[in-house]
Write a protein that binds this ligand. Structure first.
Ligand code: UDP
Ligand code: UDP
Length: 480
């Protein structure tokens, strides 16, 4: 029987808290929520339910959800059917980022549809993107509401401070300058998420509303750990970012789950990258991925291909040709040319499919991660001790790249462009040069090993993140 079956009819009792988790859209949000769900359920014996908004935006999300509930039957699934609202908002926000449109649809649905899902819950953990709409629903029901911030602690400090910055610079400010987060450090204007420079972007309205709502939450969870972002964690807790924030629980890096059938799917497609990795020497492979929700421009993909070919190292490259995976019907040869694929055969593996990145990064053959620095990717690199060559593209990724460079997890070539900048394409030679330098960098390798040790200490019994999560569970039990 499932480990939590003894508490079967005692949802919400003082002994076993029942925690409802409410993620928003995209793998970057779903993945850390599912890790949190399992940490609470198997690690801390809580009853856990997960709200799943359907249909999902990407097929990666629906595969992940199915695999999660198959592997962890103790988790309770709460489906939230969004089809009608989604259609209406898609029409309204034609052309906008589909994941941001989904945030908006979820935000509009929350006041109508969330309450029934909280029956018997002793606490709600809402995604940051839903904070300002979920907190009032929970409050009305007298259910404590925590907010899970799925990005870095540094980004959380920026988000918490940003409304104050706007208030000080006048309403409707459209030129966002450098943002000096009190107690943390200065985030240059060029690192501020692109959307925030446009007050009319749907993301901007959400971001500011959620930032203002943080103080209303009962606590903030973040998938980060004290030793990697000491300034941000201390400043958030010490009240220097903004006054009045609730307790901050830094509980990361949350551990990747081994969800098997994606591997099965990969094998079916004849794309057995794990077997290929097994055959490569230690630390010899450059792993290249820009995350789950963005595609590089076609000419940038070509330069990157030429750069990987020129660098001379082995590589595993996950290529995305579209923002939403369902739309990504193109063939690799069309993107890259068949000459390239033939020339690198044996030395490089290129795939358009999903790979189990947590496992890839733990593989001893991997020696470098060329990453967009989505925060989940950064936490996975830290936990497995793989140096990062940061190439942020969008949103919070430059803030995260700064964390990578400061913490010693890797290097960031700050002049490399990101979305929306002129001179956008980074050339093949430049890419090859940086990859070669990073692969040979012993000083970075040493620092990365110490980041990995600090991450392991944080989540071990008695570590800062382990204690934070236990403390959060105690509060959900109604303790103090
Ligand atoms: N991921 C994966 N396989 C892929 C692409 C992504 O396992 O082929 C995972 C990755 O390990 C991470 C998440 O999807 O856990 C993506 O989140 P991240 O914050 O790194 O970036 P985003 O996709 O949100 O930009
Ligand atoms: N985010 C946020 N407020 C929101 C929506 C998102 O702070 O209202 C965070 C989100 O967790 C992410 C960052 O801001 O870390 C950028 O969000 P985006 O959705 O663009 O990135 P992704 O979801 O791909 O990680």
């Amino acid at each position: 029987s499932p480990p939590n079956s003894t508490s079967g009819d005692s949802h919400g009792s003082a002994a076993t808290p029942h925690i409802a988790l409410f993620p928003s859209a995209g793998m970057g949000h779903l993945v850390p929520f599912t890790r949190l769900a399992v940490a609470l359920s198997t690690g801390h014996s809580c009853d856990v339910s997960l709200v799943t908004a359907l249909p999902t935006v990407s097929s990666a999300e629906s595969v992940h959800i199915a695999a999660l509930f198959a592997a962890f039957p103790a988790l309770q699934r709460l489906d939230l059917c969004l089809a009608a609202l989604e259609d209406a908002s898609a029409e309204f926000f034609r052309g906008a980022d589909p994941f941001y449109v989904r945030y908006e649809a979820l935000r509009r649905a929350t006041p109508l549809l969330l309450a029934p899902l909280l029956a018997g819950a002793s606490a709600l953990v809402a995604d940051i993107a839903l904070a300002s709409v979920a907190i009032p629903v929970a409050r009305e029901l007298r259910v404590p509401c925590y907010v899970f911030f799925t990005a870095s602690a540094t980004m959380l400090s920026f988000k918490a401070y940003f409304p104050t910055y706007l208030d000080a610079h006048g309403a409707g400010v459209s030129a966002i300058g450098d943002v000096d987060v009190p107690g943390v450090y200065r985030i240059p204007s060029s690192s501020v998420p692109q959307a925030l420079h446009d007050p009319d972007n749907i993301f901007t309205g959400q971001f500011v509303a959620n930032g203002r709502a943080l103080a209303e939450a009962d606590g903030l969870l973040v998938n980060a750990f004290d030793a990697m972002e000491p300034e941000a964690v201390a400043a958030l807790r010490g009240g220097s970012v903004v006054a009045g924030l609730p307790p901050v629980y830094a509980v990361g890096p949350l551990m990747p789950l081994n969800l098997r059938e994606t591997e099965e799917a990969a094998k079916e497609q004849g794309n057995n990258y794990m077997a290929w990795l097994d055959a490569q020497p230690p630390r010899s492979v450059v792993y290249v991925s820009f995350g789950s929700r963005k595609a590089l421009a076609k000419d940038q993909i070509r330069e990157l291909a030429a750069g990987l070919e020129a660098c001379g190292h082995r590589f595993l490259w996950v290529v995305k040709g579209a923002v939403v995976d369902r739309d990504d019907a193109g063939e690799l040869v069309d993107l890259l040319g068949d000459g390239f694929l033939r020339r690198v055969e044996g030395r490089g593996v290129v795939t358009k499919s999903w790979v189990e990145q947590g496992e890839v990064l733990r593989h001893p053959a991997v020696g470098l991660f060329v990453s967009h620095c989505g925060w989940n990717s950064v936490t996975e690199a830290a936990a497995s001790g793989v140096p990062v060559l940061a190439w942020p593209r969008f949103a919070d990724q430059r803030v995260n790249a700064r964390v990578v460079a400061r913490s010693g997890l890797g290097t960031w070539v700050e002049r490399w462009s990101w979305e929306g900048e002129e001179e956008a394409v980074v050339g093949a030679e430049e890419i090859a040069g940086q990859v070669v330098a990073a692969m040979g960098d012993e000083a970075v390798a040493e620092k990365v090993a110490s980041v990995r040790e600090a991450a392991a200490r944080a989540v071990a019994d008695g570590g800062t993140s382990h204690r934070s999560l236990a403390e959060f569970v105690r509060r959900c039990q109604g303790g103090t």
